[in-house]
Write a protein that binds this ligand. Structure first.
Ligand code: 6PG
Length: 240
């Protein structure tokens, strides 16, 4: 695994650099394999990136060769303002020339999160094969060190077989679906997007600079055959 940190003075400059890197990486994936499997992050940090991709990068990327997935989802209707898919649909997807069949949101309509988690895994397995290897996974970092919906002390952190799990969240909304480390750590490239002073302690923890006992699920993202790039702004990186 190659791990790299790329420091930017602010969210805007970080977003511009990530967009440029995605254009390059997506192009390389398509050149090599004819398709790019891209996993989007939830939360607020990626929103300016979605806006930029939907505008300046609308024509720069061959979106018809890109398949979109989600690393986690709040177990809510897509119409909820807190739905990761719903927000990405409104801020990114509806502006792109991407076929509907290339967009794979996590289902949240079975009124049973475990059923929907299993359904998403059934969708992924024929697309990815027995050794899942996403081309690009975007992840955020929570102030408690979580990533996707892998929260401290979650049973999902020790799951070695399942790719998708329904989990309880210590922050609202209480029920989520998440990719497990088994799936995330098969990736070719993982990009963490971390902005804000409130993430400084979690970032130190992710880089092993806090007490050993302090849990930090993001630290377990270590793709054995992949690269991890930490895109951080100056305020989040203050403690490094
Ligand atoms: C979610 C996430 C979560 C998020 C972090 C950072 O559904 O909330 O996927 O892991 O990426 O909590 O969130 P912010 O970008 O809003 O700080």
């Amino acid at each position: 695994m190659r791990r790299e940190i790329r420091l930017h003075r602010d969210h805007e400059h970080l977003t511009e650099s990530v967009a440029g890197a995605l254009e390059h990486d997506i192009g390389a994936c398509i050149a090599a394999r004819g398709i790019c499997h891209l996993v989007l992050a939830g939360g607020q940090t990626p929103l300016p990136l979605f806006d930029l991709l939907a505008d300046a990068y609308r024509e720069k990327i061959s979106w018809d060769r890109v398949h979109l997935f989600w690393g986690d989802e709040r177990y809510l209707p897509y119409e909820s303002p807190h739905s990761n898919y719903g927000v990405a649909r409104d801020r990114l997807i509806r502006h792109l020339p991407i076929p509907a069949e290339n967009v794979h949101p996590m289902p949240t309509d079975a009124d049973n999160a475990e059923e929907d988690a299993a359904a998403y895994e059934r969708l992924l397995r024929p697309l990815l094969g027995p050794r899942p290897r996403f081309d690009l996974i975007l992840l955020g970092l929570g102030v408690d060190g979580h990533t996707a919906s892998l929260f401290p002390d979650s049973r999902a952190l020790i799951e070695r077989r399942r790719w998708i799990m329904a989990v309880d969240s210590p922050v609202l909304p209480p029920k989520r679906l998440t990719m497990t480390l088994r799936l995330i750590n098969g990736a070719r490239n993982v990009h963490f997007l971390v902005v804000g002073r409130d993430k400084a302690e979690a970032l130190q923890c992710a880089f092993g600079q806090r007490r050993e006992s302090q849990p930090c699920p993001a630290k377990a993202v270590e793709p054995s055959r992949g690269n991890v790039i930490w895109w951080v702004d100056a305020t989040a990186a203050e403690g490094l």
